[in-house]
Design a protein around this ligand. Structure first.
Ligand code: SAH
Length: 215
């Protein structure tokens, strides 16, 4: 990833803020190594290092940095992990994940967004991008050590819990269209168990066969 000097101070401020929220290495260094300005829409460049979600194309968003940091830290990812991300979006979280684990499979429903993410991420060799309905998961890479869903639905789609390994963790915003709870789950022998709520959140809806049906 090419780090531009132009945003050095802004990136430093953001990682300091994340550190004050309790974010530690390796998540903190991943933020330090990832140029968020390369993942935001040109119109919003001035806000690239603000701690807020920003609009991208087609009514979608790039998630708020502190929420992404918390999500990644909660999963206690290991360098040997194989991860599934549903909702590539801008590709920012995918770029962070690629520095924390062995392999990232990331699924994006909208071809236009998937194409842009592919260009941004092409130098990162341990990422496999899939264009399609992530509510079905992605059988090829399963079972996953962790699954991160960055779009919301009322429940975890069945194929996702099926493709998580026993002991693996899953994070997903659960709730109605307007507001949701970012929930942390773990798969035990009897199935998925909710461990706790991480935060109240507002994510875009998860569309697809096991989620809100696409129009
Ligand atoms: N982590 C991303 C967040 C993107 S917003 C970022 O920070 O940029 C959520 C994304 O989920 C959107 O790009 C949306 O198109 C995508 N999405 C919605 N339903 C999906 C589905 N069934 N499969 C894959 N992606 C989906």
């Amino acid at each position: 990833m090419i780090i531009s000097c132009a945003y050095h101070d802004e990136r430093y401020r953001l990682t300091n803020m994340l550190a004050s929220y309790g974010i530690k290495d390796p998540v903190l260094s991943a933020f330090d190594n990832t140029p968020r300005e390369a993942f935001v829409d040109k119109r919003y460049l001035a806000y690239a290092y603000e701690d807020r979600a920003l609009p991208t194309l087609l009514g979608q968003t790039i998630s708020q940095p502190s929420l992404v940091a918390l999500t990644l830290q909660e999963l206690s990812l290991k360098p040997t992990d194989v991860i599934l991300e549903i909702g590539t979006g801008s590709g920012f979280q995918t770029a962070l994940l690629s520095q924390l684990v062995k392999k990232v499979y990331s699924v994006e429903l909208l071809p236009q967004l998937a194409k842009i993410a592919e260009i941004r991420l092409k130098r990162l060799r341990n990422i496999e991008l899939i264009t399609g309905d992530g509510s079905l998961g992605w059988l090829t890479g399963s079972p996953y050590d962790a699954i991160i869903v960055t779009a919301a639905f009322t429940q975890v789609p069945d194929p996702l819990s099926a493709q998580l390994r026993t002991g693996g963790k899953l994070i997903m915003p659960i709730g109605k269209a307007e507001w949701q709870e970012l929930m942390l789950y773990q798969k035990l022998n009897d199935g998925l168990v909710a461990l706790r709520k991480i935060s109240d959140v507002h994510f875009v809806p998860l569309l697809g066969k096991y989620a809100y049906m696409a129009r």
